[in-house]
Design a binder for this molecule. Structure first.
Ligand SMILES: [Zn+2]
Length: 284
């Protein structure tokens, strides 16, 4: 397929949160709750098998705590040729951090990747998709090429902005586009709210959807994009501890097969999708 034949890009992204999300945001201390994060390792193995069978690249966003706790899984991801991206240290929500703390968390995540696998990620995804007011400026300062936490579009990447001003007594004022590509995300295209079930002191989720329902939603979104959005990017967000269960892995396989049947589809890392956007667009 030449570049001109491409009609759609598909990015399979996996947030390898593992234990960090339970002991961090959920403040879990029970071995049972923590073991849910341990299951991520099993999920990653299953996902790597699927990606290998299907011969498609993917991106794994990984907190520094996971990089240090499960280095063999991170090495296996890299050995298979997939991309790794920054996802905080202990899955900290940037909105809850003081500016100096957010900077330190960003540095600490980079240090984990450097120390364990000698890689510097080009992409960032904020835990809980919750950027703070300074996240974009920080990512620029630390040389990131793209980020994937905003929802200002669904299938079309765009330039992030710096300096937005919120006024409760007047119109929202948009800041200046900056040299950081946004690969937008959507809760619709995230496995977590559809499937995950938990009760914790920090909240609850009911999840447990039938995979047939999620498959219908995801493939419906893809069908619309393929038909109506030129050169769209379909970014699925999944979590090994969520999608890694048997019936959901079978669903993911069916989703990949169905998408492959469309014309002009290219599976890509998010880094490559952001680079392609850069090649075709100037900041405006
Ligand atoms: Zn996460």
């Amino acid at each position: 397929m030449t570049t001109d034949d491409r009609r759609a890009t598909v990015c399979l992204t996996f947030d390898f949160d593992s234990i960090s999300v339970w002991i961090g945001p959920h403040a879990a201390r029970s071995p049972s709750m923590i073991s849910r994060g341990e299951f991520d390792v099993i999920g990653v193995e299953r996902i790597l098998c699927l990606l290998d069978r299907e011969q498609i690249p993917a991106t794994f966003f990984i907190p520094g705590h996971t990089v240090e706790t499960f280095p063999d899984s991170v090495r296996a991801i890299l050995r298979a040729g997939h991309e790794v991206g920054h996802h905080g240290y202990l899955h900290e929500n940037p909105v809850t951090l003081e500016p100096a703390e957010e900077r330190r968390v960003l540095e600490r995540g980079l240090e984990s990747f450097e120390k364990v696998v000698q890689v510097r990620p080009t992409g960032y995804r904020s835990p809980a998709w919750d950027n703070s007011e300074q996240t974009i400026d920080l990512l620029l300062e630390y040389g990131f090429a793209y980020e994937s936490s905003l929802m200002g579009d669904d299938f079309t990447p765009y330039w992030c902005r710096s300096g937005d001003q919120l006024d409760l007594d007047g119109p929202y004022r948009f800041g200046t586009p900056v040299d950081l590509v946004e690969l937008p995300v959507s809760w619709i295209l995230d496995d977590h709210p559809h499937f995950e079930f938990y009760r914790s002191s920090r909240g609850r989720a009911d999840g447990l959807s039938a995979p047939s329902k999620v498959k219908e939603i995801w493939l419906g979104e893809f069908a619309f994009m393929h038909r109506d959005v030129p050169d769209g990017v379909f970014t699925l967000t999944m979590h090994p501890q969520v999608i890694g269960h048997g019936h959901r892995m079978l669903m993911l396989e069916e989703v990949v097969t169905a998408i492959k049947a469309y014309e002009g589809v290219v599976f890509s890392t998010t880094d490559d999708a952001a680079a392609r956007f850069r090649e075709k667009n100037t900041i405006q």
